[in-house]
Design a protein around this ligand. Structure first.
Ligand SMILES: *Cc1c(COP(=O)(O)O)cnc(C)c1O
Length: 733
């Protein structure tokens, strides 16, 4: 291979190795590496720091470096400079399990589009050695949370930065914490860098992951460092927030990164604003006793700092807003910081708390919500700031979420040329609607994805049954206990997908509110239906876990009452890989949150990108993606929303009304799928998703809208490209 094809030999691979004073990295050329690095370190401060508690960018769903190696047939190397990198990539399955759900996946998708668009951005997040958690599901118990074992040093694309002065050692940054007597305890963090390399391997976004799980750190720091969203105590929660927020400026300084603009992906990292205000005050006060600063001086400093911050708020759900009892902060921050917090994080509703969501809302140059409806709700929730709150509707990274079969199908039509670089190209799909070859190819690709999904599920069901004898886990699915090896779930059956975090407002059990009614729809028309459910509940969310258990309990009843026509399958341990299989393989994507509590939702967009219609409550992105029924179906309450509708209490969750509406809508969907003379309408909806929704709900367009807020200066060609992406949609209409 090597001898006959010298251009694809080691020369190309060595061109994928880059070095600087912090280490040696694999995936891009030295030139690319230097470009990215220099962009972040310029005197013009023309770059952005993207701050997020979690980043979900699973290499199993998008890994351009691995794809390139496979293309070159280089799955190993004898060259000592390459061997260790390539071995890690193909030894698998090590990956970073540090995301909990939509927020993290959005962060990952955003950074991948920033890399595709070659924007000067660096991300900062935390590294959690126990990840989030791994989910086992037992039919009698429900969810069982297990710690995740993973090894950063074995994980491809992740590098521990070394100390430039002492390259044998890891770079360490020092971050001051305090006790209630204002005595300083210094916490140490190591810095891991993950490279989010773009699909053409000529740009990347560095993600700096701060790792506080070090033996020498004080115990409270180590306790907080291990697991994402550890909510064992409010001190642990607050310490995590502080680790992120306070780590940002020191790590930027250690790496020489000069970015002016900081983007807060949710308020978790907002403590960085405190640090910046403190820096400002130190300058103006000429001494370090900031607790003497007047309100006016603090307000002036805050105004200066605000100009550097862009804030995205992600939820109208109160539990998602960060409030901490003042006593908690007395134990980890200095009194001068508390003095600033008194003024900027006060909360009228809760005088004994600091409200970090309010702090983020106060101190920024621009704040945005993540859909139009969410903008309207956020303006009501924070009426004081309503003028500066705009909408930037979320998107998803199309190169991550379009399946292999769908990608091959798109590649076979000239009209869609260049779709990888420009998701706007999909507008052309509108002209292909009556093209028989196009319609047939879409159906073929879809069938292929459904087959892949069912192969996974049928194998899983058998595995669960087999492991019954070797472990104490009761198979989560009733179907595991009734099948014999010859009976399997049938991919031709209409398949409804529902997967996301289990949280009460998402109402996973809504459609089972009246099981008799649901079963009669199937039985009366002889319409078989398979429901595929997946998702984790936060380990401390008891109501969320109860909903998972309910779903498991409904399986047997549904099967029996529908004479076996309805099967409900639960897929344990939801992650991005399962998500990708589901969104491409199912026939419809279901979402039924309580309006207006789903600020955006992104899994439905992933389905839409594959041409899979949605069946959804008019909430979040679907209000914008529904296009008067051209792309799917709506059901449930869609009237005006006000403060009272933000309640998550059981009686406010509208189960009876919205489920009744579901039972009216479902037959319309099944009719279109199963009746020969209507089937073409179903395929029309699929194609409309390609032409109407891909150009909108992608992160390239979203990047363009954020760029307007970032105030960066870009080379003219890039600027024009971003303007084109921005012209695909205006979220803020
Ligand atoms: C996309 C995604 C989510 C978010 O789904 P929503 O519909 O926005 O709730 C959560 N988890 C995983 C693994 C995902 O891929």
């Amino acid at each position: 291979m090597q001898a006959s094809n010298p251009n694809n030999g080691n020369l190309t691979l060595l061109d994928m190795v880059a070095k600087n004073q912090f280490g040696t990295f694999f995936g891009v050329s030295q030139k690319t590496f230097d470009t990215v690095w220099n962009n972040l370190r310029g005197n013009d401060k023309n770059s952005v720091v993207y701050i997020s508690m979690e980043i979900g960018a699973d290499p199993d769903v998008f890994h351009p470096v691995k794809d390139r190696l496979l293309e070159l047939e280089k799955t190993n190397s004898m060259d000592s400079r390459l061997k260790k990198f390539i071995k890690k990539i193909f030894n698998g399955p090590e990956k970073i399990p540090c995301y909990g759900g939509g927020l993290g996946v959005l962060a990952g998708d955003t950074l991948k589009s920033y890399a595709d668009c070659r924007l000067p951005v660096v991300a900062v997040s935390l590294l959690y050695r126990h990840g989030y958690f791994s989910q086992l599901v037992d039919s009698k118990i429900g969810q069982i949370a297990q710690p995740v074992a993973w090894h950063p040093e074995e994980t491809p694309g992740l590098y521990l930065l070394n100390d430039p002065e002492n390259p044998e050692k890891a770079l360490q940054i020092e971050i001051p914490f305090f006790n209630e007597y204002d005595q300083e305890t210094v916490a140490i963090a190591q810095v891991w860098m993950k490279m989010e390399v773009n699909h053409t391997l000529d740009y990347f976004i560095p993600e700096l992951l701060l790792d506080f799980s070090l033996d020498e750190n004080p115990t409270p720091i180590k306790d907080a460092a291990g697991q994402l969203y550890n909510s064992q105590s409010s001190t642990i929660k607050a310490t995590q927030r502080r680790m992120l927020g306070t780590g940002i400026l020191p790590v930027l300084q250690a790496l020489g990164i000069t970015s002016y603009t900081l983007h807060l992906n949710e308020q978790h990292g907002v403590v960085v604003a405190l640090q910046l205000i403190a820096e400002e005050l130190t300058k103006t006060l000429n001494n370090s006793d900031m607790s003497q600063a007047s309100h006016e001086q603090i307000a002036t400093a805050a105004e200066t700092v605000a100009d550097r911050l862009v804030y995205t708020i992600h939820t109208p759900v109160k539990a998602g807003h960060d409030r901490f009892n003042k006593s908690v902060y007395a134990g980890i921050s200095h009194r001068s910081c508390r003095h600033i917090l008194e003024l900027l994080a006060h909360d009228e509703e809760s005088p004994h708390s600091y409200n970090f969501t309010t702090l983020a809302m106060r101190v920024n140059r621009t704040a945005n919500s993540v859909s139009r409806l969410h903008r309207d709700v956020t303006r009501k929730q924070f009426s004081e700031f309503s003028e500066k709150i705009t909408a930037i509707t979320n998107g998803v990274h199309h190169l991550t979420w379009i399946s292999k079969a769908r990608a091959d199908f798109f590649d076979s039509f000239n009209e869609l040329n260049n779709w990888r670089s420009d998701p706007g190209v999909f507008k052309n799909a509108a002209n292909l609607k009556n093209n028989t070859r196009f319609r047939t190819a879409l159906i073929r690709a879809w069938e292929e994805d459904t087959r892949i999904l069912y192969r996974y599920i049928n194998t899983m069901l058998v595995q669960h049954r087999n492991q019954m004898s070797s472990t104490w886990i009761d198979p989560p699915n009733h179907f595991s206990t009734i099948i014999d090896t010859n009976i399997q779930l049938d991919p031709k059956v209409f398949t409804i997908g529902f997967a996301r975090r289990f949280s009460t407002y998402k109402r996973a059990d809504l459609i089972f509110d009246n099981i008799d009614k649901l079963c009669s729809i199937a039985v009366n028309n002889n319409w078989p239906v398979t429901f595929l459910f997946s998702g984790k509940a936060h380990p401390a969310d008891e109501p969320g876990k109860t909903v998972i258990k309910l779903i498991l309990d409904y399986q047997q009843t549904l099967h029996a009452k529908s004479n076996g026509l309805i099967n409900l399958i639960f897929i344990p341990n939801y992650d991005m890989l399962i998500a990708k299989m589901l969104v491409a393989g199912v026939h419809i994507w279901l979402n039924n949150p309580k309006r207006p509590l789903e600020a955006s939702g992104t899994s439905g967009m992933k389905a839409a990108l594959n041409g899979v219609p949605n069946l959804s409550i008019m909430d979040g992105w679907w209000v914008e993606g529904y296009h008067d029924g051209q792309t799917g179906w709506k059901f449930g309450y869609e009237g005006p929303v006000d403060e009272a509708d933000l309640s998550e209490s059981p009686e406010a969750l509208l189960y009876a009304e919205d489920s009744a509406s579901f039972y009216k809508t479902l037959p319309l969907v099944l009719e279109e799928f199963y009746e020969e003379d209507k089937k073409s309408l179903f395929i029309d909806k699929a194609i409309n998703n390609l032409s109407l929704n891909i150009p909108i709900f992608n992160t390239h367009r979203m990047a363009a809208e954020y760029l307007v807020k970032y105030h960066l200066t870009l080379p003219a060609a890039l600027e024009n490209q971003m303007i084109d992406f921005g012209n695909l949609y205006n979220s803020n209409e």
